[in-house]
Design a protein around this ligand. Sequence first.
Ligand code: ZN
Length: 396
Amino acid sequence: MPAPASSALRAGELFQVLRDGHARTRAELAEITGLARSTIATRIDALMACGLIGPAGEAVSSGGRPPSRFAFSASSRVVLAVDVGATHVLIALTDLGGRVLDESRAAIAVSVGPAAVLDLVVEQAKHLLERSGRDVRELAGIGIGLPGPVEHSTGRPANPPIMPGWDGFDVPARVQESFGMGGELDVLVDNDVNIMALGERAGFWPVEENLLFVKVATGIGAGIVGRGLLQRGADGTAGDIGHVRLARGDGVLCRCGNVGCLEALASGPAVAAALKAAGVRAESAEDVLDLVRHGSVEAVQAVRQAGRDIGEVLATCVNLLNPSVIVIGGGLSAAGEYLLAGVREVVYQRSLPLATARLRIVQSMAGDRAGVLGASRMIIDHVLSPDRIGALVADA
Ligand SMILES: [Zn+2]
């Protein structure tokens, strides 16, 4: 890392150097940042006072008293990460490094409305804290992913199609109130595909700056990470690729009211419907996966075709965004190589050679934990940002 030219590197910025978890001496930090050793010492003391860093043993001495090392104390506070799906919720308690300490699952339909779902989430969350022996005051924040469009700046869902009663609902206020806290408890909300993109990157592709996460489930959507940051677009709808029209879809009606949408051709239910129309017994995406596992030629071909359809839209995305990794996640991605083969076939054929020279197209490794890993990351990046840490240290 090059040394910053400015001597105005504050405690919050010095802390970013230590977030990688490696222990360093004052001398090493001075070398990395270009700051005077006395300045480093003052800032280390301030960060230690907040509990964000701690002593991490001693370095090898070149003679005399061995120098102390300091490292990020990831366990100093905890994060609650919530992934609300259409029919279930997954809640995880993580440390500030994103490591899952404990988790809990519950079955509840998002369609029962925000009050019932969030009450259950809060009840389970409090139980997780108690079971881990952590106090509410140790909570750094709560990250929540919802299965529909969300206005990220306010945490309110915006016209979500499968979530009656949620439109415009003040999710952060309800959660803060349930914890007996106000604005001092950070509650951030985003749509599930965006947080899955964050989670997959944080867990498995931390050095990739440009990543596209594609969820293939009941719906199809993408989360875009560009230059290391989630790209939500002007109104938060960036990555909504499910309703791009394909030529092959002529006459196929989509639930959005248009015809020929990618989602109407390649989502889990769409593949099941296509198989059923061809005389194969398939009612759901789970049935399709079962058929694939049992070697059904029709199911394998249908999944591969879904991959080609997705690939057709992704080829355009690749030319537009030039990602280095495309991660395919969501329920139908459990079909593994059959789906990926279809995606790769079309993307590599239709995209410009330079755009695919380094491009990898892979299956999600986070699996059904991508959402909670991302919800945790969303909070961590927020509360450990240079500005927030700077303010915290100044107040201490
Ligand atoms: Zn549509």
